[in-house]
Design a protein around this ligand. Structure first.
Ligand SMILES: [Zn+2]
Length: 63
């Protein structure tokens, strides 16, 4: 296994970790119901992904 030649300094280590979560979690809108959905995720509101019904959504009206 490759072994590091030099010990990583505290500064270098901390600089690396400082960039760990720089990107904001982005949100997009569902094309079918308009709800906020995470990209590449199934819409929680209508259960659709890429115009296709993926999840069976339970109706609001309880029987
Ligand atoms: Zn939707």
């Amino acid at each position: 296994m490759a072994v590091p030649k030099k010990k990583t300094t505290k500064a270098k280590r901390d600089q690396r970790r400082a960039h760990w979560k720089v990107t904001k979690s982005e949100v997009s809108k569902c094309p079918s119901c308009g709800a906020f959905v995470r990209p590449y995720h199934v819409c929680i509101e209508c259960g659709k992904y890429k115009g296709r019904q993926v999840l069976a959504i339970k109706e609001e009206t309880a029987s």
